[in-house]
Write a protein that binds this ligand. Sequence first.
Ligand code: C5P
Length: 237
Amino acid sequence: MQKKDMLYEGKAKKLYTTEDKQKMIMEFKDDATAFDGEKKASLQKKGKLNTEISMIFFELLEAENISTHYLEKLSDNEMLVEKMDIFPLEVVVRNIVAGSLAERTGLAEGTELEEEVIEFFYKSDELGDPLLNSEHIKLLELADKEELAEIRSKAREINNVLQQFLAEAGIDLVDFKLEFGRTDQEEIKLADEITPDTCRLWDVSTGKKLDKDRFRQEMGGVMAGYEEILKRIKKEK
Ligand code: C5P
């Protein structure tokens, strides 16, 4: 499958059309940004590591009958995905307090949540991706009531599968961000990526951060963290 036009270039990915209108090519870049693009770097091999890690997670979810946009891996840093209409929502699932939840609530980082917390953020650069509740989502007509219920339930299912799988690899799934889309047949499927760029992943026994927080917090060893994740999940596969 050949790339045609570039539809979109984001901070860490590019999206291309193909000769098949229903399929697109997602390319993972080596670039990393944080704090709304204020901090930038190119991290050698990130694209390749994220492609492989995302592929393993998507295949795991498909095997558990959770539909995703993933079709096949095309190269070291490209995958073929199904074209969908993406909901302009970032769906964050949290199992342990960290990041903006700690800032917003004053709860200490590392506090385990009895039940997962699901949050929605509006994908709007102009507004700075604000947190939305379900009434705001209805008000802005970003998803209807049934769609939102389905997104919530799929996010929970995905959390259950990933949390269990990662626990076996000695990794705590602290939190992660998902995006969902709607196919031409009105089916809601998981889109985007699942990588250490979009998840917080801590070593179970030491609490060591293995994800993009190493970049955000200038801890060094960013790619070593990603490589460690890939090594462990490959073993569990
Ligand atoms: O910053 P915050 O604590 O809200 O992030 C929650 C989770 O969502 C983290 O795993 C983070 O990596 C992910 N996230 C993301 N893309 C964003 C915002 C958050 O992948 N734009």
